[in-house]
Design a protein around this ligand. Structure first.
Ligand code: DGL
Length: 271
């Protein structure tokens, strides 16, 4: 069986990269719902519906024993409902994991300095899931701030993320956080690691930047060590299959911005 990696589009590749660096031996299936991306401004109902379709496809057609929602918006809006209501009725022996809980665990484990700020899509910020998961694990309660940065995803996908206009927009988004002298900044959107150097420059050296990808990869490794019954079912062919709900020249161009080696992307339908 395989490990599924689901994202609204290409951003999840930043998470896949960290997972594959740590555990290259498994057989992965990356599914990008590019036809319906971005998810960041969609309603919770739609994100749950689209994520359920993606996970269902990965479990039914691609024999995924577990699926990682490598998307903050899907993890924030859909993970809980799918884990509690949908999975037990349809695939009781499979698992779905998100990326927010491993990040909150990492923040607790590393005793990340407060104030802690989380930047992400409007959906992720509106869900308040980062705050809820950090509050469960860190005591005393750290000061938490959030900031939606909706213009960063299109800038990155257009390849403008190192440009002067991009720097102006980053400064505008981050100014309120800088003014509050935050000490830790969580990149709560899968695209943002591509802008990490600029974000670091704008925030200065005293702010620690957390990219959830590494935390997710380490948490998955620990999970597989603890769940031997799942791990032993996994195929070890050191391979990645690429699926997308739309494949155009633009899809390929954006993919190549996130993943340097070219891939054969297969178009699939989730509807
Ligand atoms: N993958 C999404 C996330 O991490 C960003 C792109 C989108 O809005 O779909 O929230």
């Amino acid at each position: 069986m395989n490990i599924g990696i689901f994202d609204s589009g290409v951003g999840g590749l930043t998470v896949l990269k960290k997972i594959v660096e740590l555990m290259p031996e498994y057989e992965y299936v990356y599914l990008a719902d590019t036809a319906r991306a971005p998810y960041g401004d969609r309603s919770q109902e739609r994100v749950i519906e689209f994520t359920r379709q993606g996970v269902s496809y990965l479990m039914t057609e691609k024999k995924c024993a577990l699926v990682i929602l490598a998307c903050n918006t899907a993890s924030a809006y859909a993970l809980r409902t799918l884990q509690q209501e949908w999975l037990p009725a349809h695939f009781p022996d499979r698992r779905i994991l998100g990326i927010i809980i491993p990040t909150a665990e990492y923040i607790a484990e590393k005793k990340a300095a407060a104030p802690i700020a989380i930047i992400g899509t409007r959906g992720t910020v509106a869900s308040k899931v980062y705050e809820k998961e950090i509050e469960k694990r860190v005591s005393p309660l750290p000061r938490l701030l959030t900031q939606p940065c909706p213009m960063l995803v299109p800038l990155i996908e257009e390849g403008w993320h190192t440009s002067t206009p991009a720097r102006m927009i980053v400064k505008k988004y981050l100014r309120p956080l800088k003014d509050k002298q935050i000490k830790t900044l969580v990149l709560g959107c899968t695209h943002y690691p591509l802008m990490a150097p600029m974000i670091k420059q704008v925030m200065g050296n005293n702010v620690r930047i957390i990219d959830p990808g590494s935390a997710v990869a380490h948490s998955l490794k620990t999970y597989l060590e603890r769940h031997v019954q799942i791990e032993k079912k996994l195929s070890k062919k050191t391979r990645i299959h690429w699926l997308s709900t739309d494949v155009s020249d633009r899809t390929r161009a954006v993919f190549s911005r996130f993943w340097k080696t070219p891939q054969e992307i297969k178009r699939i339908s989730l509807e």
